[in-house]
Design a protein around this ligand. Structure first.
Ligand code: ADP
Length: 538
C-alpha cells in the first residue's frame, strides 16, 4: 500500500519560495570587491535573483547547462546559487586557488558556457580564456564603474547584465533528482573529479545540517560562513541559512583578515561561524593581540582538517565560545559528522571531555556509516579498532560526473578516510586510507605519529609516510621541520616512548626545511612519497 501524501519535489526552488515568503526580511550582509559593507534582505536577494534568471535566459541558457562561478562569499554569489539552479541549469563553483592546469581541466570537463568571476580573478581568467573553448560569455561580479581593465572577450559587468531585466520570473517545474550544482574535488591523485549534486540532495542536506545537534540554525541565529562557497558547497549554508531564516554575514575576499572578521562578528551580532582550523588560529591570535572580545559569538564549527586542542581550549577559556568539530567531504555535500557532547559525557573529567571534543563527532541523520577492516569486515564501535570509513545516504555521491558508479557491493561510498568509532558513536579519524602505514599485517596511523612529533617543542611541522621494507612490507618514516633548532633523530624518536605501541615508532627521521602542500593547503604526502620512493631504511 502506498502512502497518500503529496509528492512535492524537493527542490532548491522550494527553499527559495519559502525563504522569500516567510524569511523575506532576514538580513544578508556582505563585503565585496566594490563595497566594504553591503546590506539587504532576502526579499531583495530573490528579486535580483529573478532579474538574473531573466538575464540568463537572454544569454541563451538551456536546462542542464553548466555555468561556472569563480567567486568569494557574497550576495551576488548567493543570487547565482539560486538563479542558476532554479532555472534548471547547473551551478559549477570553481575553486580559483587550484593550479591553472586543474582549472583548465575542470572548465573543459564541465563544458561551462558562461563564467561569472570576481574582479580579483580577472588576470587569471584573462590568461586562461583561450583554453576555454566552450565558454561564450564572461561576467565580472561588479558594477560598470569597477569593471576590471582586462582583455576578455564577451565581457559584461553583473549589474549591467541584470539592471534592465524584469523582476518577474516564472520558475520552471523541476524534478527533484535534476542536477543542481557541480563541485570538483581537488584530487590529490589524478585529475579532479566532479561531484554532481541534485536538488533533492541539497534540500535534504540543508534540513539535516540545520538540526539542533548540527549547525543549529534558526531565526535567532546569525551565521558567518568562512568556508568558501566555491569549495565543498560552502557547507551548504547558502541554502540552510535562508531556509531557516538565519541571518547571513559573508566576508567576500576578506576571509583571512582578522580585522574585518572580528568587526563583522561584533557589528553584525554573529552567533555562529564555520571554517577550517587555520582561519580560527588566525582569528584567535588577532583577538588576543588586540584584546577584543566577541560577546555574541556562541560557537565555531571547525572542519576540513583535524581541530587542534588549543583552539577548543582558548576559545572556551578566553572568549566563552564553544568549538565544535565536524567532518565531511565534497562527495558528502559535505556534512557527515558533528561533535556536540552528550549530557552524560559532561559529567566526566575535563581531560576526558577533551578527548571526546577532539573527535570528529557523531553521524547526523541522513548518513549511515560502516567502518571496515582491510578484509572488508565491519569493525565494532569500540573506540579502538579502526578501518576504512564507508558511507551511504541521500546526500552522498553515487559516482563522479561523466564516470560510472563508485559505490561498493553493499551500496556504500568509500570516503578514503580511516577511523574508529567509540561506543558513544563519536568517530575519530586516524588516517587517510592511502596514508595509513601497513606494517606486517597491522595498520599504523600516520596522523597519530605526526601529532606526537609536533607535540615536541622543537618541531614545527611533521609528516609520516610508509616506505618499503623487506620484512614488514612498510615502515614509518618521519619527516620533520624544526623551529630552526638542532635536534637529533634519536632525541626526537625518544619522545615517542610510552606514547604509542613500540611497533608504531618510526624507524627513521629526515629533517627538511619545508613540507610540500597541495593547492588547498593540505600536506601533500603524494609528493613526499615520490621524493622518498627509493628510501632505504637502516
Ligand atoms: P579536497 O580533497 O577536495 O580538499 P574535501 O575538502 O572534500 O576535499 O576534503 C575532505 C577530506 O578532508 C576528508 O575526507 C578528510 O580526510 C578531511 N577532513 C574533513 N574534515 C575533517 C576533520 N574534521 N578532521 C580531519 N580531517 C577532515
Amino acid at each position: 500500500m502506498k502512502g497518500q501524501m503529496m509528492n512535492v519535489p524537493l527542490t532548491i526552488t522550494e527553499i527559495m519560495r519559502h525563504a522569500d515568503k516567510v524569511n523575506g526580511d532576514t538580513e544578508v550582509v556582505s563585503v565585496t570587491y566594490d563595497n566594504p559593507r553591503h546590506k539587504y534582505t532576502l526579499n531583495d536577494a530573490f528579486k535580483r535573483t529573478r532579474q538574473l534568471a531573466n538575464a540568463l535566459q537572454s544569454l541563451g541558457l538551456e536546462k542542464g547547462q553548466r555555468i561556472a562561478t569563480f567567486a568569494w562569499n557574497d550576495y551576488r554569489h548567493l543570487e547565482l546559487y539560486y538563479a542558476i539552479s532554479c532555472s534548471g541549469a547547473v551551478l559549477h563553483t570553481v575553486n580559483p586557488r587550484l593550479f591553472p592546469e586543474q582549472i583548465e581541466y575542470i572548465v573543459n570537463h564541465a563544458e561551462d558556457t558562461v563564467v561569472f568571476f570576481d574582479p580579483v580573478f580577472a588576470p587569471l581568467i584573462e590568461k586562461l580564456q583561450h583554453n576555454f573553448p566552450s565558454v561564450r560569455h564572461y561576467v565580472a561580479l561588479c558594477d560598470k564603474a569597477h569593471l576590471p581593465d582586462v582583455n576578455i572577450a564577451n565581457l559584461t559587468d553583473y549589474e549591467s547584465l541584470i539592471d534592465d531585466q524584469s523582476d518577474e520570473f516564472d520558475w520552471p517545474e523541476l524534478a527533484e533528482d535534476d542536477a543542481s550544482s557541480l563541485c570538483y574535488t581537488s584530487g590529490t591523485t589524478g585529475h579532479p573529479k566532479g561531484v554532481l549534486y541534485s536538488h533533492r540532495s541539497t534540500v535534504l542536506h540543508s534540513l539535516g545540517s540545520a538540526l539542533p545537534d548540527a549547525f543549529s540554525l534558526s531565526i535567532d541565529q546569525t551565521v558567518m560562513p568562512i568556508v568558501p562557497m566555491f569549495h565543498v558547497n560552502g557547507w551548504g549554508l547558502a541554502y540552510s541559512a535562508p531556509m531557516t531564516g538565519t541571518k547571513l554575514v559573508m566576508p567576500g575576499p576578506k576571509m583571512a583578515d582578522g580585522v574585518v572578521l572580528s568587526d563583522l562578528i561584533n557589528s553584525e551580532g554573529v552567533t555562529m561561524t564555520a571554517g577550517v582550523p587555520v582561519v580560527w588560529l588566525m582569528l584567535l591570535e588577532h583577538l588576543k593581540n588586540n584584546d577584543i572580545q566577541v560577546p555574541t559569538l556562541d560557537r565555531i564549527v571547525v572542519g576540513g582538517s583535524a581541530c587542534p586542542e588549543l583552539l577548543i581550549n582558548e576559545f572556551d577559556e578566553l572568549f566563552n565560545v564553544s568549538v565544535h568539530h565536524a567532518w565531511g567531504m565534497t562527495e558528502m555535500s559535505p556534512l557527515g559528522t558533528f561533535n556536540k557532547l552528550k549530557p552524560s559525557l559532561k559529567q566526566q573529567s575535563e581531560k576526558e571531555q577533551m578527548n571526546y571534543k577532539l573527535k570528529q563527532g557523531r553521524i547526523v541523520f541522513g548518513v549511515d556509516m560502516r567502518i571496515e577492516d582491510w578484509q572488508g569486515q565491519e569493525v565494532e564501535w569500540d573506540g579502538h579498532q579502526f578501518g576504512a570509513v564507508k558511507v551511504r545516504g541521500p546526500w552522498i555521491a553515487s559516482g563522479y560526473y561523466k564516470q560510472g558508479e563508485s559505490v561498493d557491493d553493499n551500496g556504500y561510498f568509500d570516503t578514503g578516510d580511516v577511523a574508529s568509532v567509540d561506543p558513544h558513536g563519536y568517530m575519530l579519524i586516524t588516517d587517510r586510507s592511502k596514508d595509513v602505514i601497513k606494517s606486517g599485517g597491522e595498520w599504523i596511523s600516520s596522523i597519530e605519529l605526526e601529532n606526537i612529533a609536533v607535540g615536541h617543542p622543537d618541531i614545527k611541522e611533521a609528516a609520516v609516510i610508509g616506505v618499503p621494507h623487506k620484512k614488514w612490507g612498510e615502515r614509518p618514516l618521519l619527516i620533520a621541520v624544526t623551529h630552526d633548532v638542532e635536534i637529533s633523530a634519536e632525541a626526537l624518536l625518544d619522545h615517542f616512548d610510552g606514547k604509542v605501541a613500540k611497533f608504531c615508532i618510526p624507524d627513521a627521521v629526515e629533517f627538511i626545511k619545508e613540507l610540500p602542500h597541495t593547492a588547498t593547503g593540505k600536506l601533500s604526502k603524494k609528493d613526499l612519497r615520490s621524493k622518498y620512493a627509493d628510501y632505504i631504511l637502516g
